[in-house]
Design a protein around this ligand. Structure first.
Ligand code: FES
Length: 243
């Protein structure tokens, strides 16, 4: 699995799912796993953005500790033994997805992101074909004020990718999160309609990194909204080079 690489002074060795691997010191468990073709589910993490660690889908087991660790937020250490798949982790991830589906109004059949939604894909991957928790069906608003884009709070999972891309890549910091827990919501500037924002550049990056149908282009019909975020690692690199 380590492709014949040997550990150097800057690299460490560890075991992920019974594969002995070596990786650069300082990598997170998620990065090390992905470098070696081991897939750990994620929703809030996105290459090119800073770490958030909010969705908890990337939880893994590390031998020697009874608790679970977020792979995106845990740095690899020498000799770590990590398990990314187990019945316990599968149950945990399914419950998270069920809680996300029950918390707001994710009605896929009438969503513009139907078929292109990361939450929907995650539910399919984990075999979530029904939700055991009571749906909350909250009455949430849709901000349709912007000329090009729409924010539907009913579909938002509060991953904050939009907030981070707006602040870190576009440099506008138009979006933020207000409230706490189940009452939390994405806002523009000082919680005003999107069209009234003085800072939004209408770049559309927030729309493209949103994993669900929460942020979409206006005028898209059911299933038409396809997101593209391959630009992110490139833009991040260019910014770093420039700085
Ligand atoms: Fe690690 Fe969301 S991807 S907590």
């Amino acid at each position: 699995m380590n492709g014949g690489k040997h550990a150097t002074a800057e690299s460490i060795t560890l075991t992920i799912d019974q594969n002995a691997i070596s990786c650069r010191n300082g990598l997170s468990v998620l990065e090390a796993a992905r470098e070696h073709g081991i897939d750990i589910p994620t929703l809030c993490w996105l290459e090119g953005l800073t770490l958030w660690g909010g969705c908890r889908l990337c939880m893994v087991e590390i031998e020697g500790s009874p608790r679970l660790f977020a792979a995106c937020a845990t740095q690899c250490t020498e000799g770590m033994v990590i398990h990314t798949q187990s019945p316990r982790l599968h149950r945990y991830r399914r419950t998270i997805v069920e809680m996300l589906l029950a918390e707001r109004n994710h009605v896929c059949s009438v969503c513009v992101s139907n078929g292109h939604c990361e939450l929907q894909a995650m539910a399919q991957r984990l075999g979530v074909d029904h939700v055991h928790l009571p749906y909350r069906f909250p009455r949430l608003s849709v901000d349709n004020s912007h000329d090009f884009f729409r924010l539907d709070h009913n579909r938002c999972i509060l991953c904050t990718r939009c907030v981070r891309v707006c602040a870190e890549i576009e440099g506008a910091h138009t979006k933020d999160v207000k409230g706490r827990g189940i009452q939390a919501a994405i806002i523009h500037d000082l919680d005003q309609p999107w069209v009234e924002s003085q800072t939004c550049t209408s770049c559309g990056k927030c729309v493209n990194v949103c994993p669900t149908g929460a942020l979409t282009h206006r005028g898209t019909a059911i299933g038409e909204m396809i997101k593209k975020h391959e630009f992110l690692p490139y833009l991040k690199l260019m910014r770093e080079v420039h700085q």
